[in-house]
Ligand binder design. Structure first.
Ligand SMILES: [Zn+2]
Ligand SMILES: [Zn+2]
Ligand SMILES: [Zn+2]
Ligand SMILES: [Zn+2]
Length: 550
């Protein structure tokens, strides 16, 4: 389920559990683009002036402010335009995410430990190979780390896959603690982060889990008593509150970044961010941000309802969100959490007081006889439907369509469970076997077009501007528009004026999509999609030129 895992300030999971940098599926478009070839390694564009300035600390587009309510937060120091780079930072520390399966401590590739996997000679941790690219590297398996584990080498060597899995929980906390000795600047930067020990101490599950799996392992089992118990708990808290989930090309890791952790949360973010294969994080404005306005990111999955998002933020980030979206029962008119009334035909059921997690939900139709349901029941129903969504075959168009039909009288069409399924369908139509774009019927093409448009209407509100999600949806939208236009021309069924306006619409989709996806790493699926959008845009422009001149 999206939003149920902790430790993901930025990392958000889509409904099928893939960790994603924002809210689009990193795999989307891969099938369509796999013939396009990958760019050569190391063939990255030269850094532009904007990035050089920011890395040098010149003309920073933000300032850090402090308030009693928000703590420290970032504010725009000048008017920011959509797409403008706000920060570009290297991590303080990176490492395996919570609850990961065995992976290489150098390069974070997943490991299959059954077949006599390679173990580091120095410390006994499994690694991909002796020549791992991350060996001896700051953001991989460093010499200091290897040395630290020397004493527990026999224990690590004796541990099989099952016994090793929980041991990965100590890797990042110990990497943080190593900074104290090996990189005092980074250590001080790390200690400025919020740990919320006072709140976390009162949450027995979280505290006990850290005590057993991290504190006692480090101090009692492994005898590393140089690290104080309180300090280890603080590090655990800093990671829970501030870590980003990042990673490229199938690798999933967590990382702490300087400055980025100051960004406050809002359920409608005005920034987006990417990370590259060197774990460098780049934060950009997605919308216009006026000088003096707050710079936000969302710690929760944006395509989720308020009840779910606020529960997640409370449980894993330890605060009650009171943003404009959370305060509005309609979620800014999107109805992303709304139900349909079982008592009247037109009624929509929303919370009577969205900032109170226990408030009743009511039908908003004035002519309804009155339908009320307790929040507890809504939560149970959402979890039940959520489990059902999770179990759906994500590659089957008929299965996903059947889900939407099954719940059309229960969920608002913009309900987040529907949005997730629609998002998958948008990407499957045109790529799934039997539904390749050129083989689709006109009705199917129009259906894909309408799905994309409907989703975009919601996303324009919840993740507005140059968000990755909009970039992907605009790219998906251009395909049916283009094929419908081509077929119209072939059938001589399109008037000249219609053709012109259709091409204009396709070009607008591709232009915005290519701008947005151009911010993505070149080798990512979105990066490749961005280049495909650019190529397609050139072809459409050529067509526009031809018809204008003919
Ligand atoms: Zn490796
Ligand atoms: Zn080692
Ligand atoms: Zn909120
Ligand atoms: Zn009603």
């Amino acid at each position: 389920m999206p939003g149920t895992r902790k430790h993901k300030k930025s990392g958000q999971k889509n409904r099928h559990g893939h960790t994603v940098g924002s809210s689009s599926d990193r795999r989307c478009g891969a099938d369509a683009l796999k013939d396009g070839g990958r760019p050569e390694e190391g063939n990255e564009a030269p850094r532009d002036k904007e990035e050089q300035d920011i890395e040098a600390g010149d003309n920073l587009p933000y300032v850090i402010k402090t308030s009693d309510v928000m703590g420290r937060y970032l504010v725009a120091s000048c008017d920011l335009r959509p797409g403008q780079l706000i920060m570009s930072v290297h991590p303080l520390v990176v490492g395996p995410p919570q609850g990961c399966q065995p992976l290489c401590l150098g390069c974070y590739k997943k490991l299959d430990l059954d077949d006599n996997a390679y173990r580091c000679e120095g410390c006994g941790w499994p690694m991909c190979s002796q020549g791992c690219s991350g060996r001896g590297r700051e953001y991989g398996h460093s010499g200091a780390e290897c040395q630290l584990y020397e004493r527990v080498r026999p224990k690590l060597l004796a541990a099989d896959s099952n016994a090793l899995t929980p041991l990965y929980l100590v890797v990042v906390p110990l990497r943080c603690l190593l900074l104290q000795q090996h990189d005092p600047d980074k250590w001080h930067s790390l200690l400025t982060m919020e740990a919320h020990n006072d709140i976390r101490q009162k949450l027995p599950v979280i505290w006990r889990n850290n005590q057993e799996n991290v504190v006692d392992r480090i101090r009692k089992e492994w005898g590393m008593t140089q690290y104080e118990e309180d300090l280890i708990h603080t590090i655990c808290g800093i990671l829970e509150v501030n870590a980003f989930e990042v990673g490229q090309e199938g690798v999933s890791i967590r990382a702490l970044y300087p400055c980025a952790f100051y960004m406050a949360h809002d359920c409608v973010p005005n920034t987006g961010h990417t990370d590259d294969k060197n774990f460098q994080l780049r934060v950009r404005a997605t919308t216009k941000i006026n000088k003096g306005s707050s710079i936000y990111l969302s710690y929760a999955y944006t395509l989720q309802g308020t009840l779910k998002r606020r529960d997640h933020l409370k449980e894993s980030k330890f605060f009650d969100c009171t943003c404009a979206r959370c305060s509005d029962a309609t979620e800014l008119g999107t109805y992303a959490g709304a139900l349909k009334c079982p008592q009247c035909a037109m009624g929509i059921v929303v919370s009577t007081a969205p900032l109170n997690r226990d408030a009743d939900w009511c039908c908003t139709n004035d002519s309804c006889t009155g339908y009320t349901v307790p929040a507890r029941s809504v939560r149970l129903l959402m979890d039940k439907i959520g489990d059902e969504v999770e179990a759906l075959d994500e590659s089957s168009i008929p299965t996903l369509e059947a889900f939407l039909t099954r719940y059309q009288n229960v969920l608002h069409p913009n309900h987040y469970h529907c949005l997730g399924v629609q998002h998958s369908l948008c990407q499957l139509y045109g790529k799934a076997p039997g539904f390749l774009i050129n083989d689709m019927t006109e009705a199917q093409l129009r259906h894909k077009r309408d799905l994309c448009r409907q989703l975009l209407k919601v996303v324009d509100v919840l993740e507005p501007g140059y968000s990755r999600l909009r970039g992907v949806l605009l790219y998906e939208l251009h395909a049916p528009l283009m094929i419908l236009t081509t077929r119209g021309v072939e059938a001589h069924a399109l008037a000249y004026r219609d053709l012109r306006s259709r091409l204009k619409e396709v070009a607008a989709c591709l232009e915005e999509s290519s701008i947005i996806l151009n911010f993505e790493p070149e080798t990512s699926n979105e990066g490749m999609m961005g280049r495909a959008a650019k190529d397609a845009l050139m072809r459409v422009r050529e067509w526009q030129r031809i018809i204008t001149n003919s």
